[in-house]
Design a protein around this ligand. Structure first.
Ligand code: NAD
Length: 283
């Protein structure tokens, strides 16, 4: 097996492909010669993406990642058209909007986030796993810095991202030696719709982000930046893509870091009072 994964001429299946990161990655890999299968919930946004990529080497399918039957149908459509599926980018996700605590979040919202963010990833990957193995391809799953940082106010999201990380790691080990590989993407703050509450859209959530994420760790990067890092990372079949790279040491030293941050949050009276006001507001 050549260790390099070159996307040129490869069929790349992407979920959440009309969102910030998904679209940027679709465009970047398309510019490198990939055949993109873009999937998301909204036909109009998919049509816009197809138009941007000038109809060439692109298929767009409306698909909900929680829908196992829909995934199986999509697989058949792709195989009928292209005969192979070389890469899966399981990237679709949602977050708590507005941010809520475990105590106040309705159970159906809590479970919906886990269904999309964790089970949506596992269902997507399972659908295409044998195809990717057959073509000695690559699977990239989108986790987050929330896989290893305290996820208060976004607990089901953090639960899911920690799960996605472990799913990616376990699967990489399980298919090692097949020629196919798995990587986990850990974006930091990215200027997209999903992060809008943390980045100014919700006064209290943004206050807490500013309180805990200082200097460069509070700054959002563009989706295009993430796409460049994804492109570099998948070429090397990297097991982990930390984007931006400044987060990598925090992940590496997460054991110590989380003991310290959990201790500090426990004693942070100001954060506790903000959490109480969030719990009292009408949603
Ligand atoms: N933006 C950030 O700061 C950030 C940080 C870390 C991780 N992430 C992760 O990156 C991924 C992409 O997010 P983004 O930043 O581009 O946000 P985004 O909101 O722009 O994109 C998410 C996309 O997922 C799609 N989606 C949601 N539910 C779906 C479903 N059930 N089936 C299919 N598609 C669905 C949405 O329609 C949207 O296009 C997500 O998994 C997110 O958790 C984002």
């Amino acid at each position: 097996m050549s260790n390099v994964f070159d996307v040129s001429g490869k069929v790349v299946f992407i979920t959440g492909a009309t969102g910030g990161i998904g679209k940027a990655v679709a465009k970047k890999l398309h510019s490198e010669g990939a055949i993109i299968v873009a999937t998301d919930l909204n036909q109009i946004l998919l049509d816009e993406l197809v138009a941007e990529l000038t109809d060439e080497r692109i298929m767009a399918l409306v698909l909900d990642v929680t829908d196992t039957k829909g995934l199986a149908t999509a697989r058949q459509v792709i195989l009928d058209q292209y005969g192979q599926i070389d890469m899966v980018f399981a990237n679709a996700g949602i977050a708590c909007d507005p941010p809520q605590t475990v105590a106040t979040m309705p159970t159906e919202i809590f479970e919906k986030i886990i269904e999309v963010d964790l089970l949506g990833v596992t269902r997507t990957v399972k659908t295409f796993l044998n195809d990717v193995i057959r073509s000695e391809g690559h699977i990239l799953v989108t986790a987050s810095i929330y896989a290893y940082l305290n996820g208060f106010l976004n607990a089901p999201y953090a639960v899911s991202k920690a799960g996605v990380e472990m799913y990616g790691r376990a699967l990489r080990a399980e298919i090692s030696g097949t020629g196919a590989t798995v990587g986990v993407l850990y974006p930091g703050w990215v200027d997209t719709n999903i992060a809008k509450n943390a980045l100014g859209g919700d006064e209290k959530a943004s206050y807490l982000v500013k309180r805990y994420y200082k200097g460069p760790f509070g700054k959002a990067v563009s989706a295009d930046f993430i796409a460049k890092e994804v492109s570099k990372g998948i070429k090397k079949r990297k097991p982990r893509i930390h984007a931006p790279a400044r987060w990598a040491p925090l992940s590496a030293f997460r054991g110590l870091l989380s003991q310290f941050t959990d201790w500090a949050i426990d004693r942070d009276k100001k954060a506790q009072s903000v959490l109480k006001t969030i719990e009292k507001r009408d949603i």
